[in-house]
Design a protein around this ligand. Structure first.
Ligand code: DGT
Ligand code: MG
Ligand code: MG
Length: 328
């Protein structure tokens, strides 16, 4: 019992009001005992105080309720693996309907999702890349991250809560004329990937999912909105069709070349850290001057920058080797 108590205790040195040194024992953020000693030669007294403090600590840690701590699950993510947190909007089918999202893609909604993901990357630590599409975003933590001792619940809850509060906080910046009718929710999960290849395959899987859904939705809504089919009829028309068939319907019936659809819709959004030059104007006023002069100031900052590119092929990983680098 004593061993576990002392392991959690820290000793901090403070200066007391008489100029002596106050050694304080802190236990889980709260100070539970303190011993004061003049540096000038009271080591014996200090050691007595120290022993008393440790005894007191041991007695306090023996609370009969202490055992409940053992019920906490150990959810440490395996060392040296990539930790991925994926979140997804709860019942966004309904949320999109209620908030009049454009079909099949609402660029305001997608940009808002990306703004929230940038906020997550900038507020939290150790995220090297994120990928988003539809109502989901995945965040990849550094292999060597030791943030919150790699506890899965900490990774997941911090990501999801930061994202959800950002979604509400920034809503009006993207939906000026559309009030937020009720608070949206997001679920989250943690998956641990043991190698660079499994991580790349994970991101490829999400991007392939984006492609499959977006192609389907693009044809589906063209059939409903432009050909006047009911949703059931459109669904029946598309049953059993392959990618080539859907491309053909789009081209021959709606004059749409799927490859010319916006990249953000077809590929989703990748967020990576890049150096960006930020240009601002500052007013500088010399003492002799009545009016300030405007000066252009350029600052280089590292920011989470959105890209709408392919992550399935090798080109992306060759162009950005730092993402999978050993030190990540
Ligand atoms: P869940 O995740 O099981 O709680 O249920 P949902 O409804 O969120 O289902 P999910 O995540 O499989 O699918 C995402 C839904 O979000 C899908 O029904 C369409 C909707 N959604 C996402 N982005 C857009 C958009 O830009 N425009 C429209 N109209 N709908 C969107
Ligand atoms: Mg969802
Ligand atoms: Mg989803």
């Amino acid at each position: 019992m004593l061993a576990s108590t002392t392991a959690r205790a820290t000793v901090r040195r403070h200066r007391n009001f008489r100029g002596g040194v106050l050694w304080c024992f802190h236990f889980r953020g709260g100070m539970w005992a303190a011993g004061a000693v003049k540096v000038s030669g009271c080591l014996a007294a200090f050691s007595v105080t120290l022993r008393r403090c440790l005894k007191l600590g041991a007695a306090m840690a023996k609370s009969k309720f202490e055992y409940v701590r053992d019920f906490e699950a150990d959810d440490t993510c395996l060392a040296h693996c990539w930790v991925v947190v994926r979140l997804d909007g709860r019942n966004f089918h309904r949320f999109a309907e209620k908030h009049n999202f454009a079909k099949p893609n609402d660029s305001r909604a997608l940009h808002l999702m990306t703004k929230c993901a940038q906020t997550v990357m900038e507020e939290l630590e150790d995220i090297v890349i994120a990928y988003g599409q539809s109502d989901e975003y995945s965040f990849v933590f550094k292999r060597k991250s030791n943030w919150f001792k790699r506890r899965a619940s900490k990774f997941m809850t911090h990501v999801v809560s930061q994202f959800a509060s950002s979604y509400v906080f920034y809503w009006r910046d993207y939906f000026e004329d559309q009030p937020l009718l009720y608070p949206p929710g997001f679920d989250g999960r943690v998956v641990v990937y043991p190698s660079n290849q499994t991580l790349k395959d994970y991101l490829s899987w999400r991007q392939a999912d984006c492609h499959i859904n977006n192609l389907y939705n693009t044809v589906f809504w063209a059939l409903v909105q432009q050909s006047g089919l009911t949703p059931i009829q459109a669904q029946e028309r598309l049953q059993g069709t392959l990618t080539a068939d859907k491309n053909e319907i789009l081209f021959s019936e709606f004059n749409i070349n799927y490859n010319n659809e916006p990249l953000m819709y077809r590929k989703g959004t990748v967020l990576i850290w890049q150096k960006v030059d930020e240009v601002t104007t500052k007013e500088v006023r010399l003492p002799a001057e009545m009016e300030g002069r405007k000066m252009v100031v350029t600052r280089t900052r590292t920011k989470a920058v959105p890209l709408h590119c392919d992550v399935i092929g090798d080109a992306f990983w060759k162009e950005h080797p730092e993402i999978l680098h050993e030190d990540s």
